[in-house]
Design a binder for this molecule. Sequence first.
Ligand code: IPM
Ligand code: MG
Length: 359
Amino acid sequence: MSLSSPVSIAVLAGDGIGPEVINQALKVLTAFGEKTNISFDFQHGLIGGAAIDTHGVPLPEESLTIAKASQIVLLGAVGDFKYDTLDPAIRPEQGLLQIRKALGLYANVRPVKAYEPLLHASTLKPEVLQGADMVIVRELTGGLYFGQPKHQGENDAVDTLVYHRHEIERIAHVAFQLAQTRTGNLCSVDKANVLASSRLWRKIVEEIAPQYPTVTVSHMYVDNAAMQLILNPRQFDVMLTENTFGDILSDEASMLTGSLGMLASASYGEGKAALYEPSHGSAPTIANKNIANPIATILSLTLLVSHSLGLPKEALWIDEAVNQVLLAGYRTADIMQEGCTLLGTTEMGDKIVEALKRL
Ligand code: IPM
Ligand code: MG
C-alpha cells in the first residue's frame, strides 16, 4: 500500500484503561515512525461511555467521520459499570459494535501465541502452552450481536442468530487465505449438531475448501473446542468461527499467552479500513491506577504496521521489542512472576519504546 504522509490514524481511546493503554501505543508508534521516517497524524475522537457523557450517544457522528477519513482506527476499550442501567441501545459497547458495522469490519483476527518468557505466568502448565501459536478468525458483523429481531420484554427476550451465505463465504475466504500462509491447518468451529446457522456455516466452509487445496479443514463443535484449547492448544493453527463463539473462545485463548492483557485484535473489511485494538475490555476497576498491561494494544500495532502500512518485516520489530522487555524480566501486575521487576503501564510503554529504539 502506498502511504500518504503523514499517515492519518483515528484514535478512539474510549473508557476505563483505554486511554492509558492507548497512550503507550501512541508512544511506540511514534518511535516506530522516527525509525522508519513515517509520520503520523493522530486524530482523536470519543467512543463508548466517554461519548455518552458528552454527546449522549456511544458513537458520535464526528468520531465516525474521523474514522472514515483515516481508514486506520486505533481503539482502546469501551464500557463502565455506571452505564449498566442505560437503555441497551446507548450502552458503551454499542459504540464498538456500531463502528465495526459502519466500517464494514467483518473479519476479526486475534493472534494467540505462547510467549516463552511468560510460560510460567499463565495459570496453565508451561508444557501445555509451549509452542502454541494460532490465530482466531472471528466473524464480526453478523450473528447474535446484530440479528433482528432483538427485543427485551418484562418476561421474555429475543436475540436472533442469523447468518447469510455471503457473510459466511467472505469470512471463510479470509481464514483459508490466512491458513495458506501458515501451516495450512484450518479448524472451523460451530455447533452444527444443534444450530441451523452452524449447519449452513459448515456446508459453506466445505464448499469453499476445494479452492484451497493446500489447506486441511477440520470441523469442531464449540463446546469441544473450548475444552481442546486448554487440553492441547498446539493442535490449532487457524481457527475460524462466528461472532459469539469467537468472542468467547478468544478470551479463553488469551490465557495461552499468559494474560488477556497480551491479546491483540485487528478487524478488517472489504476496503482498506481497519481497526486495531486490544482484545480486552475497559477494566474500570483498575483504571487510572497505572497498573494495566499496555502490551495487547502495543501488539495490535504489529498488525497495523504489517497490514495497513504494508511493512510486515518492520512490524516484527515491535514484536521483538516486546519480547526483549519480557525477556529482561519486566512485567505488569497481570503477568508478574517471582524474580521479575514490576512496572506500571507508563513504565512498560517506556521500556518497549527504549527497546524499539535500540533495535
Ligand atoms: C470484544 C469485546 C466486544 C465484543 C464487546 C465490548 C462488545 O468483548 O471485542 O471481544 O463482544 O466483540
Ligand atoms: Mg470479547
